[in-house]
Ligand binder design. Structure first.
Ligand SMILES: Cc1cc2nc3c(=O)[nH]c(=O)nc-3n(C[C@H](O)[C@H](O)[C@H](O)COP(=O)(O)OP(=O)(O)OC[C@H]3O[C@@H](n4cnc5c(N)ncnc54)[C@H](O)[C@@H]3O)c2cc1C
Length: 320
């Protein structure tokens, strides 16, 4: 691999962990690395990235880039591509990444693959891996032409932890005002169900089959353990539980002492949200479910048989 451009993201004034994951992935592939930092008054973050392995860091710094807008970001990325001629452009698979990556690909007439969790050198080619059919298969893809653009699933790679002396150079950007105007960010209310500080979480997935089973089957175990209830995204999308119960890349990031995953397959977007839990117990009837790859203890059984027995055991062990 000759040259990779990574697009950094800043959140709450600091580089996102996902950006250092892009650095790690680009470095694994080898070749030259150029990074792009976009924002307003973000030279400090650009310096940090240069020191944390980002290589040559291009800085697109302007008051009009203070908040994400697709015109400004797409312009900066296209200018970086034309200045640096990368073979590969890596963008995090985050809400702004989803928005800007296809726009840049269309403008450059470049091939794009989204939601990738690994890239490998394959001779002179690159093999991009992403999950298919709800994580039941992994698909490997190639992109023809250059640059190739990929959005990378946050959490798929460990963040780069080395330190290297890079450099920061300004990147000139389009002076025209953006066609969209930033108004405000509205934070969703936690609604009193804040999983981020829970010590024990019992989460249910599509394996619970219907909403009534969250009360009938999962809740007795939640109560016996003194836990909080969580859920996978399909459960929330189906309206069985509110969004504040959702664990994962588009839900809450949790780190309890004990995480019990019940009828959850272990899609990467779910794992991102709970893989830092201290101890993971997974209950799933499919021995090949990806959740078992990160579980400390895996129980291959029908949840409708196992969970009531476990709840009863915990209750009696606690003298209930
Ligand atoms: C951009 C994006 C963001 C996303 N964000 C999130 C996110 O934040 N959180 C999230 O969770 N997902 C997220 N997803 C969705 C994710 O890709 C998966 O589709 C989802 O996590 C699958 O949920 P699940 O494991 O409950 O369902 P499934 O994948 O359908 O798995 C159900 C599991 O239950 C098991 N099962 C079925 N019946 C039983 C039984 N009787 N006993 C025991 N086991 C049983 C099955 O073997 C299966 O493994 C996102 C997807 C995208 C594209």
């Amino acid at each position: 691999m000759a040259r990779t451009l990574i697009v950094a993201e800043i959140q709450n004034g600091a580089l996102r962990e996902a950006t250092l994951e892009l650095v790690a992935l680009a470095r694994k592939l080898g070749g030259e690395l150029v990074s792009l930092v976009i924002g307003s008054e973000v030279s400090g973050q650009a310096e940090t990235l240069a020191k944390q392995g980002g290589g040559k860091v291009l800085l697109a710094d302007s008051p009009k880039l203070a908040n994400y807008n697709s015109d400004g970001w797409a312009d900066a990325i296209q200018r970086a591509v034309s200045a640096e001629a990368p073979d590969l452009v890596l963008i995090s698979n985050t809400p702004s990444g989803w928005d800007v990556a296809p726009k840049v690909a269309a403008a450059l007439d470049a091939g794009i693959i989204t939601d990738v969790f690994d890239i490998e050198n394959e001779g002179d080619e690159l093999a991009f891996t992403r999950r298919l059919f709800n994580g039941k298969f992994n698909g490997r893809f190639r992109i023809t032409g250059s640059p190739r653009i990929a959005t990378i699933q946050p959490g798929a790679t460990a963040a780069y932890e080395g330190s290297d002396g890079g450099s920061v150079e300004p990147l000139e950007i389009d002076s025209a005002p953006p066609r969209s105007e930033f108004l405000e960010i509205r934070m969703a209310e936690a609604g009193g169900h804040d999983l981020s500080k829970a010590e024990i979480i019992v989460s249910g997935g599509r394996g619970l089959a219907k909403p009534e089973n969250f009360d009938a089957v999962l809740k007795p175990l939640v109560d016996a353990l003194g836990a909080q209830m969580g859920a996978s995204r399909p459960v929330v999308d189906a309206g069985w539980l509110p969004h504040e119960y959702q664990v994962g890349s588009s839900g809450q990031l949790v780190q309890p002492k004990l995480y019990v995953a019940v009828g959850i397959s272990g899609a990467i977007q779910h794992l991102v949200g709970m893989k830092s839990s201290n101890y993971i117990l997974a209950i799933n009837k499919d021995p090949d479910a990806p959740i078992f790859e990160i579980a400390d203890l895996g129980v291959v059984q029908d949840l409708f048989e196992f969970v009531p027995k476990l709840a009863a055991k915990v209750k009696s062990a606690k003298g209930g």
